[in-house]
Ligand binder design. Structure first.
Ligand SMILES: Nc1ncnc2c1ncn2[C@@H]1O[C@H](COP(=O)(O)OP(=O)(O)OP(=O)(O)O)[C@@H](O)[C@H]1O
Ligand SMILES: [Mg+2]
Length: 194
């Protein structure tokens, strides 16, 4: 397909192969793609809200991505096979994810942090791993929402704005992620509850 794609700050550009992996062939503009993706994600969320199985497994992490993006992208639910400007070396995705899931289960068992902080630490590390070619932000926000609800808290509000488009709210989110890179979780927690 042809067409010009524009990315808000912090969004991962797709490479040519990834563009070729778009499932619906009638989509020609970013706006149409956003609308299509949004519907797919809504179905994925509805599916996720019905699930009662363990969520801190690689199988669930991948299945959620597939449910959110599987009508849109051929590689939905599959880990990256190339490096990006954000994210770990693609060869390390599976092991890094395994460590994150194990650490998070341990933190829950030990009540190492309050529930919001456990879920936000999980979100921060999951987007830092960046397991998938695209959709990592939206997927990792929904994973954190599901996790925090399992821990007895309401889902997060994430700035109460559309984070996909370039906006002050998105900039605040990216800044809070970078602050979390320096092991300071407070601003990302505050942002997620704003
Ligand atoms: N500089 C950065 N440092 C840390 N994390 C970042 C940075 N830039 C982007 N991210 C994370 O990566 C996500 C973007 O990755 P990707 O494009 O795979 O996800 P997405 O769901 O398509 O994005 P979006 O946030 O636009 O919905 C952001 O939402 C954010 O979570
Ligand atoms: Mg993206």
């Amino acid at each position: 397909m042809t067409g010009t794609f524009e990315y808000p700050p912090g969004a991962t550009p797709l490479d040519g192969d990834e563009r070729a992996s778009l499932i619906p062939d009638h989509i020609t503009t970013q706006g149409e793609l956003n609308e299509w993706e949004q519907l797919n994600i809504a179905h994925g969320e509805a599916w996720a809200n019905r699930q009662r199985q363990e969520i801190l497994t690689e199988a669930f992490v991948r299945q959620l991505h597939r449910r959110m993006f599987g009508d849109t992208w051929k590689w939905a639910g599959e880990f990256r096979r190339s490096d990006k400007n954000v994210g770990v070396d693609w060869l390390k995705i599976a092991v890094e994810l395994r460590n994150l899931l194990d650490d998070t289960r341990f933190q829950i068992e030990r009540a190492s942090y309050p529930p919001d902080e456990i879920a936000i630490r999980f979100h921060h590390r999951l987007v830092a791993i960046h397991p998938f070619p695209n959709g990592n932000g939206r997927h990792a926000r929904l994973m954190a929402d599901l996790l925090v609800q399992r821990l007895g808290r309401p889902r997060f509000t994430w700035g109460s704005d559309n984070l996909v488009d370039a906006s002050d709210t998105r900039q605040q989110y990216i800044t809070a992620l970078r602050t979390a890179d320096r092991h300071d979780m407070a601003s990302l927690i505050a942002f997620a509850r704003s």
